[in-house]
Design a protein around this ligand. Sequence first.
Ligand SMILES: Cc1cc2nc3c(=O)[nH]c(=O)nc-3n(C[C@H](O)[C@H](O)[C@H](O)COP(=O)(O)O)c2cc1C
Length: 362
Amino acid sequence: MSTRVLFTPHAAGDLALPNRLVLSPMTRSRALPGGLANPLAATYYAQRASAGLLISEGTQVSPQGVGYIRTPGIHSAAQAAAWAVVTEAVHAAGGRIVAQLWHVGRISHPDFHDGALPVAPSAIAGVGEVFTPEGRKALVTPRALETHEMAGIVEQFREAATQAKAAGFDGVELHGANGYLLDQFLRDGSNVRTDAYGGAIENRARLPLEVVDAVIGVWGAGRVGYKISPTASIFGMEDSDPAATFGYLADELSRRGIAYLHVAEAVAGPRLAPGPRIAPGLRSRFGGALIVNGGYDFASGEAAVASGEADFIAYGVPFLANPDLPERFRRGASLNEPDPNTFYAGEEKGYTDYPALGDASA
Ligand SMILES: Cc1cc2nc3c(=O)[nH]c(=O)nc-3n(C[C@H](O)[C@H](O)[C@H](O)COP(=O)(O)O)c2cc1C
């Protein structure tokens, strides 16, 4: 029988959260021109406000950081104003929401940059394809950032963190996972630099940690989270020693006292990572709250928190399809089926029209 620890309150830094269920960040590709959050997003997130914490979809920190069509930005006053509609709706519904700050690095395409190459730690192409305004394209070999450009990258994140504050978010999460820019710097399969930003792990972690420090300067450490996916091979990502690489990062994040470390490392489902998990080894190295993610259901989430393996569980697809996921778990109710065809398209369909238990249509 369940101990239902998922429904107990717990803090993540300065964020007092009423339960252990987190909405995992999910790109929904419905933003309006100019990278403005769609007004429908206010409904979508407010519908899910019973989560302990909502993490927004990835929001690009600059025009350079974009890599997908119809993703929202968080680098202009107009974008912050569009997000303010969302954060107000979430707060009115009793929820809390942090903005996921995102720079895709090499997972972009010249189509987004008037023909210019995307930037990355090294001129090594990711493996895979991107959707650009022109359609599906193969990833290109990016341009390696010059050493003197690093300060500008840090500034992009600082500015985005400032705009996130203006937008009324409760904090920010740095997107250091899934093969995007911060992950590209950290892992040695994508970073072969020979300056102070490459080589030893202390160097590969330099830019990510400079970004962390800049964002802490805006928000305070207690409202900053960091997401990693230490064993994900997405877009051809690899590292020769993930336990050491991510262990070092966890130590440094812990030393800075950030609110939470969010580890995407699937325990079941289509993203199930082969080989040993990294998350359990990070538990003792990181002093803040630990969020785990990937393939969890009610039982496995409850077990992970009850055993002390993690403090929170981020649910992605189950929360996408069930706006009232906490209530369904509480009652042991059945779940709506997710519709993958509307994950990245469909406007209201597959976005704001999944029924809650009490709905007439449920
Ligand atoms: C439609 C979709 C969009 C996603 N977009 C993001 C994103 O913007 N940022 C991110 O960190 N992860 C993103 N992810 C990954 C999820 O946050 C999560 O790590 C993944 O779905 C595994 O959790 P789950 O098994 O509970 O769904 C996305 C996943 C899906 C299905």
